[in-house]
Design a protein around this ligand. Sequence first.
Ligand SMILES: *Cc1c(COP(=O)(O)O)cnc(C)c1O
Length: 372
Amino acid sequence: MNFETLAIQSTQFHDANASAVVPPIYLSTTFEREPDSSIPHGHIYTRASNPNRNALEKAYAALEGGAVGMAFASGQAATTTLFQCLLPGDHVIIPDDAYYGTPALLLEVLGLWGLQFSKADMSDLAAVEAAFRPNTKLVWMETPSNPLLKITDIQAVADLARRKGAYSACDNTWATPVLQRPLDLGCDVSMHSATKYFGGHSDLLSGALIFKENGPLAEKARQLQSLGGAVPSPFDCWLIVRGIKTLALRVRQQSANATQLARYLRTHPQLEAVHYPYLESHAGYEVAKRQMVSGGGMLSIQIKGGAEEALAVKSKVKVFIRATSLGGVESLIEHRATAEGAHSVSPKNLLRISVGLEHVDDLIADLAQALG
Ligand SMILES: *Cc1c(COP(=O)(O)O)cnc(C)c1O
């Protein structure tokens, strides 16, 4: 079945009570047992399972081509859960430009619990190989990366991890399964901040882990999901299910808009660099062409000068909204170094852009006037 059909079908719901086409929201935290104590619909308590969450988790698995999907209260809760599936003393390799919350979590929280990690340039396979230690249990990818849109060859890194006896996972937030399916390329786990494209309307916080196999790793994560309790509310699950129905349409249009914007910006005299995977000049272009359907809705630009010049451009936009985050219908622009704070390694003259669903001509005109 094609993605669009799967997105509608996998989120369809059989409602035995009222034959409603759109699923009801099950707010109940607890579920009644039969007189003989049996559990008629498989639910006991909402932290362990809930009809709306089950529906969402089934859709996640279908859309990413995995055996098991799991929904969490945020992207960070999903990431935390996967890292907690490992043991103190285990080692993780992460990208040198991962989403800033990923190394912060390892350094400030899970490192204290004994999880070791090192960073590698994931676009360089030899550098990834050199980062392996005898106790490496997981290689965490993120592609396109944040905020430089570096591209990792998912298949090559997943193969390497398997040869070394480690799991591989990919933060697939920026590409979404519309454009890239890491499990098809050999990854064990795909992760999402569903706050972004899955929700798609900047009105909910959630995360996902999708496992290729229903094996020991998925079992451990399921246990942590229920015991740790970082689960999304039934209403948020319902909203994401609604978002999934238009995911392909939104992401394709956002990607088309971003491609046009990147092509316009590429030759702009005020810019030092434009980072977009589907520009021929991008270092990861060949790999991106192979593993992504199109370039996605995110791009970054570096303004000639420094932080001051970048902030001046940002202050002049009228259509773009000055805010962090991404994946919503509205276009956003942010000075990434400011958003990341003290530990930021992002270039000081970099503005990150999340392209929305406005008409691309209006987006181009707005950046043109802001760049002056
Ligand atoms: C936003 C984001 C996260 C964190 O997700 P939250 O839902 O904010 O917890 C992780 N990775 C990437 C690439 C993100 O953009």
